[in-house]
Design a protein around this ligand. Structure first.
Ligand SMILES: [Zn+2]
Length: 361
């Protein structure tokens, strides 16, 4: 049985270590030392992702989470009120993904303490997951031999199993018009902001259908009130669980940019659309689902299969032939200052992880 007090203390200790994306060193040192104390052999790939192994029965099962958090994520003050952990409201909590890391540490610890033997395991704690799955993309897969596992990085209870997730394409555009004095000779100017607004008004945005979304999250440009804005920058994305629909949205985006560009021959529009991760669909009968299902069955829980609109390291793992599936880690409201961890679900996560490590039948 996991030790709930130890689990919660671990989580609070980890949350108190700042680790916004790109600044994971302190968090790395802490979890590496904890994994070594548990008896795992800890190594790093060239991107400094943490890869830790423990010998045991059968082919290794992968237990994964990420070390980084989004912002505002510095000087977080976790507050425990009854069964709910939250921040003081000025920062995120960082339960995403420190609840996942704490679950893995406690799951392993309690499985080893129970003394009934354990499966071989490979722990992957990635860096820079937020904003591009950078650590996973740079992971040295030659250091990993497991073919299935769990990514502890989804919202809700641990029996929420994410078997389908979208592809994401990132859209950036640099628009260059021509500056001119707004009061003296505005007719000589070409407003990059006006072009950007024209584009923005025509793009298909928001929820396009049940499995497809699009967004422009940032538009900036211009210098001063009295200058026709010469440059603008637009930063967006679209996602779909269907690659056909993804391609369709891309065609529509390109069509809008082309059409607007044709009406502003004096402007330059540099459009870039890049795929950042691929959609996946895992069959409910796959062995990886069975590993999770058995552990949940040992707790009297049934899996609830989910499709998500978000990406995770699982997108990259699955693309690389490792069926690692995201499960809930007791966190609500990821990436907000009102993010919470529900302790009973956190505990269930550790119980589930223990079941997997013990090789629950
Ligand atoms: Zn996360």
């Amino acid at each position: 049985m996991p030790n709930q007090d130890r689990l919660v203390k671990t989580l609070i200790d980890l949350i108190r270590i700042d680790s916004p994306s790109g600044e994971e060193d302190a968090m790395d040192r802490e979890v590496s030392s904890r994994l070594e104390t548990l008896g795992l052999k800890v190594s790093h790939d060239s991107y400094q992702n943490v890869i830790a192994k423990l010998d045991g029965n059968g082919p290794p099962v992968i237990l994964s989470a990420h070390l980084d958090t989004v912002e505002p994520g510095r000087g977080i003050k976790p507050i425990l009120e009854g069964d709910v952990l939250r921040s003081d409201g000025s920062t995120i909590l960082g339960g995403d993904c420190k609840a996942g890391v704490a679950i893995v540490l406690e799951g392993i610890a309690s499985a080893l303490e129970s003394g009934g033997g354990n499966r071989a395991i490979e722990v992957i704690f990635s860096r820079h997951e937020e904003g591009g799955l950078v650590g996973a993309h740079n992971l040295d897969f030659s250091m990993i031999s497991g073919k299935e596992g769990i990514v502890f990085d989804a919202e809700g209870a641990p029996n929420r199993v994410t078997i389908s997730a979208p592809s994401q394409n990132v859209v950036t555009a640099h628009i260059t018009g021509r500056a001119a004095h707004a009061g003296v000779e505005p007719e000589k100017g070409v407003s990059a902001l006006l072009i950007a607004a024209d584009i923005l008004g025509k793009l298909p945005l928001g929820r396009i259908d049940e499995e497809t979304t699009a967004n422009v999250g940032r538009l900036e440009g211009g210098l001063k009130r009295n200058i026709i804005p010469e440059s603008a920058f637009l930063d967006g994305e679209f996602r779909s669980r269907s690659n056909e629909k993804l391609a369709d949205v891309e065609r529509k985006f390109r069509g809008v940019f082309d059409e607007v560009a044709s009406r502003y021959p004096d402007a330059k529009i540099d459009l870039d659309i890049t795929n950042t991760y691929q959609a996946y669909h895992v069959d409910q009968t796959s062995p990886a689902v069975a590993v999770i299902g058995q552990a949940l069955a040992g707790m009297g829980l049934d899996p609830v299969f989910e499709s998500t609109g978000g990406g995770s390291d699982a997108n990259v793992f699955i693309e690389r032939g490792i069926t690692a599936i995201p499960v809930g880690i007791g966190v609500r409201d990821f990436h907000t200052t009102w993010e919470t961890v529900l302790i009973p679900e956190l505990f269930q996560g550790a119980q589930m992880c223990q079941g997997v490590v013990s090789g629950a039948k």
